[in-house]
Design a protein around this ligand. Structure first.
Ligand code: NOJ
Length: 532
């Protein structure tokens, strides 16, 4: 496994740039801010930084509505600031991964401005235009992910255009070869500038049913659910002909040395793994979001790990994600006291881990009243609990009034406990969650078995999950107590002898012989003397 590529060995860290570090006092994070915090990321021990969109944008969806794929929004800086960031990151051995948003542009993108200008404009076919249904309504029943119909009428030309998200985010027509060529050039533009790879936004959306058939009703839809749940997205997403399109993207990525292609995909496991590509010519890492949706119990986690392992194609490299900018924070999903075991799980499973900024200090969702919402989804479907502002609040760096994030007024409120829960406070304290993350990441580096070894389940006994990571050279046992109660006598396989390398409580290093005791919500990593 010394042949492992950096994106197999390493750890990804997602930065939501608006909320990481502001340097110009406008209350919004920027590229110079990320650059100023690179040493923190080195201290934390991560390997690659994925930055959510930084391109010129009207910010209807906070950068996921791109108006120019080859520039930087002035809120974040400029191309020189970007080049400085890449240079400084590379000088520290950190990779930079950008967010590529190919499914849709902003309605302010010059391509769409041209496309909507007339039915005969050469760029008309760059987007998805359809005549109205016979009753004058939308061409089919496809919904917007952010509420309401997925089609908006352009009165001037009498046609509808499709948008899987906001009406300000028209979907590109990936069946048009000129669109594909233009987007390939975008990838080349950034790779030539030194970018190490891309996280591809909603990659499973790129192709739609060629006949635009209605989506079938969702029998599980209940009143009060967001609109997007009314129908099963079987014709508007995850089409078989998306895979050749992704293979083309991968071909472009492979024109440059050692770059990575990551796909954002919310699909069940059997559909997800198709995104590795039939010949491993798809995404290197189709994001695996199972830990985000899983109920937090040892049998369930053991089951989903096994299902994923069994579904992976030969040679497909696994990955695990604990949080991102679209999902409630892990600390709020499972409760603060369980974040330590979650960290140990993420960093000891087989596969590349992706962390979300601030999870390493236990940031929680910050409640934001509907009337104060920034997130367009919350504004479109208020009160359903779909808002994503709570997980996007500024990183608290220290105990100063704006937590060291800005000298101005933060664009989203800081957590009420920022004076106490912040990077500076936890950096001093080895027993803090940040201390644990640093220790886990250091251990993962020191013990290659943790990134390269095989995974073998030993037991899911009650609420204790025990598994092994094994290689020719070493064998490590991980035992996680997911329960609020102590487990005083966890039997281990006969002949288990070893030494505790790390506990989530960071206070034990004893010898282990045949059994283990774990406190509530405690996990341990044990180096075994020999394979069992
Ligand atoms: C997925 C992104 O993660 C999300 O934040 C965004 O709103 C949608 N795609 C639309 O681009």
């Amino acid at each position: 496994m010394s042949q492992a590529r950096w994106w197999q060995r390493g750890i990804f860290y997602q930065v939501y740039p608006r909320s990481f570090q502001d340097t110009n006092g406008d209350g919004i994070g920027d590229l110079d801010g990320i650059r100023a915090r690179l040493d923190y990321l080195v201290t934390l021990g991560v390997d690659a930084v994925w930055i959510s969109p930084i391109f010129p944008s009207p910010m209807a969806d906070f950068g996921y509505d791109v108006a120019d794929y080859c520039g930087i929004d002035p809120i974040f800086g400029d191309l020189e600031a970007f080049d400085r960031l890449v240079a400084d990151a590379h000088a520290r051995g950190l990779k930079i991964v950008l967010d590529f948003v190919p499914n849709h542009t902003s309605d302010q993108h010059p391509w769409f401005v041209e496309s909507r200008a007339s039915r005969h404009n050469p760029r008309r076919d760059w987007y998805i235009w359809r005549d109205p249904a016979p009753d004058g309504g939308p061409p089919n029943n496809w919904m917007s992910n952010f509420g309401g119909p997925g089609w908006t009428l352009d009165p001037a030309s009498g046609q509808y255009y499709y948008h899987a998200f906001l009406r300000e985010q028209p979907d590109l027509n990936w069946r048009n070869p000129a669109v594909r060529a233009a987007m390939h050039d975008v990838l080349r533009f950034w790779m030539a500038r030194g970018v190490d790879g891309f996280r591809v936004d909603v990659i499973w959306h790129l192709m739609k049913d060629a006949d635009f058939r209605d989506n079938p009703p969702n029998p599980e839809y209940e009143p009060g659910d967001p609109d997007i749940r009314r129908f099963i997205q079987s014709h508007s997403t995850d089409q078989p002909d998306v895979h050749p399109i992704i293979a083309e993207l991968r071909g472009v990525i492979d024109e440059y040395e050692d770059r990575v292609l990551i796909g954002e995909i919310y699909l069940p496991i059997d559909r997800l793994v198709a995104y590795y590509g039939a010949n491993l010519d798809g995404a290197h890492l189709p994001f695996n979001f199972q830990l985000i949706h899983a109920s937090w119990s040892a049998p369930r986690l053991a089951e989903l790990i096994a299902e994923y392992d069994a579904a992976l194609p030969e040679g497909g490299w696994p990955n695990w994600v604990l949080g991102n900018h679209d999902q409630p924070r892990i600390a709020s999903r499972i409760g603060c006291r369980r974040t330590r075991v979650a960290a140990m799980l993420l960093l000891t499973l087989r596969g590349t881990p992706t962390m979300y900024y601030g999870d390493e200090i236990g940031m929680e969702n910050v409640p934001i009243a509907t009337e104060d919402a920034h997130d367009p989804w919350e504004k479109n479907e208020p009160g359903l609990g779909v808002g994503r502002d709570p997980e996007r609040t500024p990183m608290p760096w220290d105990a100063s009034p704006a937590a060291g994030f800005t000298t101005g007024r933060p664009w989203l409120p800081l957590a009420a406990d920022s004076a106490r829960r912040n990077v500076a406070a936890q950096m001093e304290d080895p027993a803090s969650l940040l201390g644990l993350y640093r220790a886990l990441i250091a251990l993962r580096r020191a013990h290659p078995v943790l990134h390269a070894g095989t995974y073998r389940k030993i037991a899911a006994l009650g609420d204790v999950l025990v598994f092994l990571r094994e290689s020719e050279q070493e064998c490590v046992l991980v035992a996680l107590n997911l329960a609020e109660t102590a487990q005083d006598d966890i039997p281990l396989p006969p002949g288990t002898l070893g030494r505790v390398l790390l506990s989530t409580a960071r206070d034990r290093e004893e010898r282990v012989e045949g059994h283990l005791a774990l406190r509530p919500d405690e996990g341990v990593i044990v180096a075994l003397d020999a394979r069992i």
